[in-house]
Write a new protein. Structure first.
Length: 342
């Protein structure tokens, strides 16, 4: 049994070390999984760079989502069987050949489900589903803005919003990505490197025109987004990727720039316009409302099985190329999900 440990913050080429591990017996509410594939998420990049406060002290094994086969289970696990293939949300520990995780974050998948696709369902699609269905309660005909629409969560949010009959505006950073998000269902693709999304939407639709905004970037993107919210509008934040930038060095300047970029808000501006600013963190949902996490994961697996959603796997790496995969994701080269296979 092996795992890639995050041993130091900074450049991905020096950050990880492959080590032997001894997996403990699963606790009463846990299952042990033999991992076929593990997914990368931008939060992993934030953890590597030292920005993610929830990351355990180094050295540690990070990683949120895996797909594989259950090889052991605890006494309280009733609806998951040994030998079943599953997708699983791990509270770190995913960069390993074997992992234990709570049953609330584990859902069976079909034997013919691609393991790489299954990893996307665990974190990115479940995050998108919670945000769209539970937090934002999207309605038919609403105008929705999705930042970073070419990413894994952005891809999922677009599909879920179109499934509800929404009109979708989406941002991406290249013409190739614009073509991708357009093919994925975005009605109004915006290249943020060539035009300001706020000015584009203001010209197309006017201020106070967005019913829902999904933001993973943070800083002044949120500040501009709030100016676009219609009465009754909601803005959900599920990341602050602006902090990371392209550098491997932690930057106090970028942290402060992002922090002050958010601006200042008063509760009166929200209840006066019947608006909401919402945070989404699936680790917290898993810790404090595990039944909600289970429902989200089960629902997205059902939607995948019925063909209503279709994860896109942007690139698959061998696990030994983890550093390269991290760099690829950090440099915003990816679309959809980035996955490593053992």
């Amino acid at each position: 049994m092996k795992a890639y440990y995050l041993v130091k913050n900074g450049n991905s080429n020096n950050a990880f070390e492959l080590r032997d591990i001894n997996l403990s017996e699963p606790k009463a509410d846990e299952v042990s999984i033999e991992v076929e594939a593990f997914g990368l998420n931008f939060a992993d990049v934030m953890a590597r760079l030292g920005y993610y406060k929830a990351c355990p002290p180094l050295p540690t094994v990070i990683g949120y989502d895996v797909a594989g086969k259950v090889i052991k289970k605890g006494a309280n696990v009733k609806d998951i069987e040994i030998g079943q293939r599953v997708t699983a949300l791990t509270r770190f520990g995913g960069y390993a050949t074997h992992v234990n995780t709570n049953q609330s974050g584990v859902v069976p998948i079909k034997d013919n489900t691609d393991a790489t696709v299954a990893t996307a369902l665990a974190t990115q699609y479940s995050t998108a589903y919670y945000a769209a269905e539970f937090s934002m309660n999207l309605q038919k005909g609403e105008h929705v803005l999705i930042q970073a629409a070419a990413g894994g969560v952005g891809t999922a949010l677009t599909q879920l919003a179109k499934r509800k009959g929404c009109i979708v505006y989406g941002t991406a950073g290249s013409d190739e990505k614009l073509e991708y998000i357009k093919n994925n269902g975005v009605d109004f693709p915006i290249n943020y490197r060539k035009q300001d999304f706020y000015e584009y939407i203001k010209a197309q639709k006017g201020e106070k025109s967005m019913d829902a905004i999904f933001d993973s970037i943070g800083g002044n993107y949120v500040k501009k987004g709030l100016k676009l919210l219609a009465p009754g509008g909601r803005l959900a934040m599920y990341g602050a990727a602006q902090i990371a930038g392209d550098s491997d060095k932690k930057s106090l300047y970028r942290q402060l720039k992002t922090l002050f970029g958010f601006g200042k808000y008063s509760p009166t501006q929200f209840f006066g316009n019947s608006q909401a600013l919402i945070g989404v963190n699936m680790l917290q949902i898993g810790d404090f409302k595990p039944y909600i996490l289970k429902q989200c994961m089960s629902d997205v697996v059902d939607l995948y099985n019925s063909g209503e959603i279709k994860p896109f796997i942007g690139k698959v790496y061998d696990a030994k190329d983890l550093a390269e995969a991290h760099n690829f994701l950090q440099k915003r080269k990816s679309v959809g999900k980035v996955v490593c296979k053992w």
